[in-house]
Design a protein around this ligand. Structure first.
Ligand code: AP5
Length: 213
């Protein structure tokens, strides 16, 4: 099964992906997480990607598509949640071709619909575990261990792109590039809309219902 999670920055894609992979037999492909790992490891991809990510811009399609192709090849036979991919119509069409070439398809595209005004608070307050990736929020989901992760004791970090000036550029990129991608999936009949403003457990139930799991 291939499930796509699409939505603005902070709409809850990562939170729901982690929940689904913990409770069901999915693997998560987060292009954002893979790019941040590449930056941490100072690979050639990481060096190229950081110049775009620090400014809140999208990383060029060619780099992203290589990353996704190698993930698909190394995880063949698994059910995948594509978290934050595709973000352009070009990426969407290329993913369809990649899956078709191995006899697979896109099973569902879940769009996390949300009022952009809510996103600023979600993103400026988000803290992420540098070790296990668990996602927190300083007000709505604080760790019981202060600036350490509840789950693994790792350090909680404030992402470089979760500051107001970069967030506004990320939201612009979403409108310019990802909104047309959502329209594309609406036209292909794959789109399922969930209300990303609801409590996380309710959003989770909506997703499970739409996937029939
Ligand atoms: P990426 O890391 O993918 O960031 P994003 O898409 O901007 O999404 P976020 O991780 O910010 O948010 P989310 O929707 O996962 O929300 P979360 O669950 O964490 O990408 C970063 C960068 O990499 C991009 O800007 C780009 O440069 C590059 N990139 C990545 N993919 C690319 C691609 N395909 N093409 C080109 N470039 C690419 O939740 C956020 C906060 O809200 C948390 O604090 C959480 O606790 C809280 N929260 C979550 N759900 C709820 C809820 N229902 N109610 C209340 N609070 C909630």
């Amino acid at each position: 099964m291939n499930i796509l999670f699409i939505g603005a920055p902070g709409s809850g894609k990562g939170t729901q992906s982690r929940e689904l992979t913990e409770k069901f037999n999915f693997v998560q492909l987060s292009t954002g997480d893979l790019l941040r790992s590449a930056i941490k490891e100072k690979t050639e991809l990481g060096l190229k990607a950081s110049s775009y990510m620090d400014k809140g811009q999208l990383v060029p399609d060619a780099l992203i598509l290589d990353l996704v192709q190698s993930f698909i090849t190394s995880h063949s036979g698994k059910s995948v949640i594509f978290d934050g991919f595709p973000r352009t119509v070009e990426q969407a069409k290329s993913l369809r071709k990649m899956l078709e070439s191995i006899g697979q398809k896109i099973d569902s595209v879940i769009y996390f619909k949300i009022n952009p005004q809510i996103l600023i608070d979600r993103l400026t307050g988000r803290r992420t575990c540098a070790n296990c990736g668990e996602i927190f929020h300083v007000h709505t989901k604080p760790s019981t261990k202060g600036d350490k992760c509840d789950k693994c004791g790792g350090e909680l970090v404030h992402r470089k792109d979760d500051h107001a000036d970069v967030i506004s550029e990320r939201l612009k990129q979403f409108e310019t590039n990802t909104s047309p991608t959502i329209d594309y999936f609406r036209e292909t009949g794959d789109l399922v809309v969930v209300n990303g403003e609801l409590q996380p457990d309710i959003v989770f139930k909506e997703i499970k219902k739409s996937l029939n799991i």
